[in-house]
Design a protein. Structure first.
Length: 224
């Protein structure tokens, strides 16, 4: 048994965040290394008024930025891109792969006009707009995430949801590390869980790192 000590003495040191997100050496070479990063309220909600931004704080933002700094690409659903207002990511090296079942990118113009985003579609989807890079994955009506992971072999991917994409990644057994921030708020409502969709293998994960900041936010890192 381990006791997690709460240190309410001041801002979280950069070294704690750096340790929390440090990349392991034993990463797969035949597919992407996938790190899922999500936030939830203490009662399990993932959104306030339809977006997750109202749940976070400065340390959650710091973990979010540090994970992106260590990644090659972000994997995110088109609905999340639109709801959260995604623009070009700050790290100049970082790309964004946007998962969708439709080639219609209305509402995500800023991101796609940045030239940093690729639309990930099933092969059955219609043609994309001129100038939008695309990755076709899967022969059916839905994106084959195993094929996406293979196409991104050797890359570090930070998956940012939303809950439907998180659930599909979990069910496919593609999540290598799961970062979750527990926000000390009770929001009720009907927002989805962190991972929503088909059942995943309920195996035990290893808690590799955790800390609590001075606002009472709990940061956990689980490894498969």
């Amino acid at each position: 048994m381990r006791i997690l000590v709460i240190d309410a003495s001041g801002p979280t040191p950069d070294s704690v965040v750096a340790e929390h997100v440090a990349l392991p050496d034993d990463r797969p070479s035949d597919r992407a290394f996938v790190r899922l990063n999500m936030i939830a309220s203490s009662d399990g909600g993932t959104a306030v008024s339809g977006v997750s931004g109202g749940l976070g704080n400065r340390d959650d933002h710091a973990v979010f930025a540090a994970l992106r700094a260590h990644a090659d690409t972000v994997l995110v659903g088109l609905g999340t891109v639109i709801a959260e207002g995604y623009g070009a990511p700050k790290p100049p090296h970082l790309q964004v792969h946007v998962v969708s079942d439709t080639p219609d990118t209305t509402g995500a113009t800023e991101l796609f006009e940045s030239g940093r985003a690729t639309l990930v579609l099933p092969t059955s989807a219609g043609p994309v707009a001129d100038g939008v890079p695309e990755l076709r994955a899967g022969d059916g009506e839905f994106v084959d995430l195993d094929a996406v992971a293979t196409a991104l072999a050797g890359k570090v991917v930070v998956a940012e949801g939303g809950p439907t994409l998180a659930g599909l990644l979990a069910a496919a057994g593609l999540i290598d590390e799961f970062f979750v921030t527990i926000s000390p708020r009770v929001i009720a409502g009907d927002s989805a869980r962190v991972a929503h969709g088909p059942e995943a293998d309920p195996h035990l994960w290893e808690l590799r790192h955790g800390f609590v900041d001075d606002d009472g936010f709990l940061f956990l890192r689980y490894c498969r």
